[in-house]
Design a protein around this ligand. Structure first.
Ligand SMILES: [Zn+2]
Length: 465
C-alpha cells in the first residue's frame, strides 16, 4: 500500500474542500472521509498479481487455441475472444470487418483524464504465421505447458504480448484508475502479410479511431545475452530499418554448354552480385551510438551486426532454360533478388545508384521490387519513454534501459510515417532461443517473464505521460 501510487488514479483530488472559520473538530468528518478515500484508492491500486498471473496464463492458452492463421487472416474468432476478455474488465470494443475472408480488426477505448491530448495506442495483432505440424514437438495450437513455458504458435508473436497489454488495461480499469489520457487498443488482422486487411486498412478507412500521439507495439525486449554479454539490457525500440527489395538481372548470349563463352549471363550475374554485396561500412546510426554509450560494447552476433549497418541478403537465384533446367544450355538471362535493409536516414535511391556504380556493367540491370519508406526514428526523450524506464526498473532493478533499433519491420513504421511516436516494447527478459523462436516450430514463452511483463505494462499505463 503506497500512498505515492495515488498520483495515477486522479481520485484522491476529488475530496471535498472546507471553508474557513471552522473549529478543528469540524474537520474530523472530512479527515475521516479523506483517509477513507485514500485507503480505498490505494487499496484499489494494489491488484492481486498472483490471480492476474494465473488468469493471464489461462487466457493466453485459450487465445493460442484459436487458429487465426495468416493467410487468410480470418481473425473473426480471435477478435471476438479479445472483445470478451475486455468486456470482463468493463471495456467495450468495436469490431471492423476488413476483408471477404473474415479478416477482422478490433478497437477499444478507455477514457483518460485529459481528453484534449491525443491517446496512447496499444497495438497488437490477432493473426499468426502458418505451421508445419510435422516438425512440432507439441501440437502448435494446444498451448501445452512444460518446464514453466507455454508452447505454441503465437505465444511470442504476438498473442502473449497482446494478453499482457489487455490484462494490464483490464486491471487498470477494474482498479478505477483513470489514465493520464485516452488509451486505445487496436488489434489488427493481417500483420503477418503486410497489413493489407489490418493496419493499412485501418489507416485508410478509420484513422480517426486510432489516431494517437504514442504507440506501443512489439519490437524491443529485455535480454542478458543478445545486446551486451552478461548485462541485463532492456531495449525499447524507437526505430526499425527500411526494407528495400531489389531484382538484379544479367543478360548474355545463349550457347551450347560444351563450348564456354565469356558472355555467359550466369557468370555475369555472379560477378555483379559479388560487387553489389560488397557494402562500404555505414556511418554509425545515432541510436546505435546511444546504445553503445549506455550499455558499452555490443555483443557480437548477427542481430547486433544487422543494426549497425546496411545489410543485403541474397535470397533467390533464377536461371536456366527449360523445366527442369537443361544442364547443357547456357541461358541468355539470369536473375537474383536482394533483400536490402537500410538504416533509418539512408537515402534508398542513393543506395541503389552506388550499387549500380559498383556493378558498373551495361549487361546488368537493378530494378526496385518495393519502395522503402523511411519515417526515421521516434524521439526517446518523452514522458512515456521515462514511464517505461521507471516501470522496468521497478521490476528489474539491475536493468539498463536504452533506446534501440531493430533489424526487421513492424507495423510501427506505418504509423511513424503518419507522425506518431512509436515504441517497440516487449517487457520480458528473453534469451536468444526464446526470442528466435518466433515463426519457428519451437515457439514458446516463459511464464514467469510473461507474468512480470503484465505488471510492467500496468505501471506504464498508470503513469504520467
Ligand atoms: Zn508480430
Amino acid at each position: 500500500m503506497k500512498m505515492t501510487r495515488l498520483d495515477g488514479s486522479g481520485r484522491a483530488c476529488s475530496a471535498p474542500t472546507s471553508t474557513g472559520r471552522a473549529r478543528p473538530t469540524q474537520f474530523l468528518p472530512i479527515l475521516v472521509t479523506l483517509i477513507f478515500l485514500f485507503a480505498a484508492a490505494s487499496h484499489a491500486a494494489e491488484p492481486d498479481w498472483d490471480l492476474i498471473g494465473k488468469t493471464a496464463v489461462d487466457k493466453l492458452q485459450q487465445y493460442v487455441r484459436i487458429q487465426s492463421i495468416d493467410p487468410p487472416a480470418n481473425t473473426a474468432e480471435a477478435a471476438q475472444f479479445v472483445k470478451g476478455l475486455l468486456a470482463e474488465g468493463g471495456i467495450s470494443a468495436q469490431l471492423y470487418t476488413s476483408g471477404p475472408g473474415g479478416q477482422t480488426n478490433l478497437v477499444a477505448r478507455v477514457a483518460g483524464r485529459d481528453r484534449s491530448k491525443k491517446p496512447l495506442l496499444l497495438l497488437n495483432h490477432l493473426d499468426v504465421v502458418p505451421v508445419d505440424r510435422k516438425s512440432w514437438k507439441f501440437d502448435p495450437f494446444a498451448a501445452v505447458i512444460q518446464n514453466g513455458e507455454i508452447w505454441g504458435r503465437g505465444t511470442m508473436d504476438m498473442k502473449g504480448l497482446a494478453i499482457q497489454q489487455m490484462m494490464a488495461l483490464v486491471t487498470l480499469n477494474k482498479s478505477g484508475i483513470v489514465p493520464a489520457r485516452d488509451i486505445v487498443m487496436l488489434s489488427t488482422a493481417d500483420e503477418e502479410n503486410n497489413g493489407t486487411y489490418g493496419i493499412r486498412w485501418m489507416i485508410a478507412n478509420h484513422f480517426s479511431d486510432i489516431d494517437a500521439e504514442y504507440v506501443l507495439d512489439e519490437g524491443g525486449f529485455g535480454t542478458r545475452d543478445i545486446l551486451a554479454p552478461g548485462k541485463l539490457v532492456f531495449g525499447i525500440e524507437v526505430g526499425e530499418k527500411q526494407t528495400l527489395w531489389l531484382r538484379v538481372k544479367a543478360r548474355g548470349t545463349a550457347a551450347h554448354g560444351s563450348q564456354p563463352i565469356p558472355d555467359n549471363a550466369n557468370v555475369t550475374l555472379l560477378a555483379a552480385l559479388q560487387k553489389a554485396m560488397a557494402l562500404p561500412p555505414a556511418k554509425p546510426h545515432p541510436v546505435v551510438a546511444e546504445m553503445i554509450h549506455t550499455i558499452g560494447e555490443l555483443a557480437a552476433n548477427r542481430y547486433t551486426a544487422a543494426i549497425q549497418g546496411n545489410t543485403i541478403s541474397l535470397t533467390t537465384l533464377t536461371s536456366g532454360v527449360g523445366s527442369p533446367a537443361k544442364v547443357n544450355v547456357i541461358p541468355s538471362a539470369a536473375e537474383a533478388t536482394l533483400d536490402c535493409r537500410l538504416l533509418p536516414g539512408v537515402n534508398a535511391p542513393e543506395f541503389i545508384s552506388e550499387m549500380k556504380a559498383r556493378i558498373n556493367d551495361p549487361r546488368v540491370t537493378v530494378e526496385i521490387i518495393n519502395d522503402a519508406d523511411d519515417p526515421g526514428v521516434s524521439n526517446s526523450r518523452t514522458p512515456l519513454f521515462e514511464a517505461m524506464r521507471r516501470a522496468i526498473l521497478q521490476v528489474h532493478s539491475d536493468a539498463v534501459v536504452t533506446p534501440m533499433l531493430v533489424p526487421h519491420g513492424t507495423d510501427s513504421n506505418k504509423l511513424r510515417v503518419k507522425g506518431l511516436t512509436a515504441y517497440g516494447f516487449t517487457p520480458m527478459v528473453l534469451d536468444l532461443s526464446t526470442a528466435g523462436s518466433m515463426h519457428s516450430d519451437q515457439e514458446h514463452i516463459p511464464i514467469a517473464e510473461f507474468q512480470k511483463g503484465i505488471r510492467i505494462f500496468y505501471e506504464v499505463l498508470r503513469g504520467e505521460w
